[in-house]
Ligand binder design. Structure first.
Ligand SMILES: [Zn+2]
Ligand SMILES: [Zn+2]
Length: 100
């Protein structure tokens, strides 16, 4: 799987711990994108466009270790900028900025 040069996150903090930004994580098999709390290593939800549907808060669910919750493939990785922008996020929503 292709590893992006930068790990991308949202500028809004994690709704569970309010400490760190939410990382973008995608499945390279079905192209679903998820929000992940980098600090606590727990999943927050799945993106439906820019809307976030909650999968769970708190401890890391089993699916986060076992693979994609949508297609079950073990093909989870950090999202690319193209994947994030493809959901509808603008450059201002994404950290770090392009080119920085
Ligand atoms: Zn958190
Ligand atoms: Zn998948």
């Amino acid at each position: 799987m292709e590893i992006p040069s930068q790990v991308l996150s949202r500028r809004v903090p994690c709704p569970a711990c309010s400490q760190v930004p939410l990382l973008f994580v995608s499945c390279s098999s079905c192209n679903s994108t998820f929000a992940w709390c980098g600090e606590e290593d727990h999943a927050i939800g799945i993106y439906d466009g820019i809307d976030l549907r909650e999968l769970g808060l708190g401890d890391t669910p089993e699916w986060a270790r076992e693979g994609c919750p949508v297609c079950k493939a073990e093909s989870m990785g950090y999202s690319t900028r193209e994947q994030v922008e493809g959901l509808g996020f603008s450059a201002a929503d994404i950290y770090p900025k392009a080119g920085s």
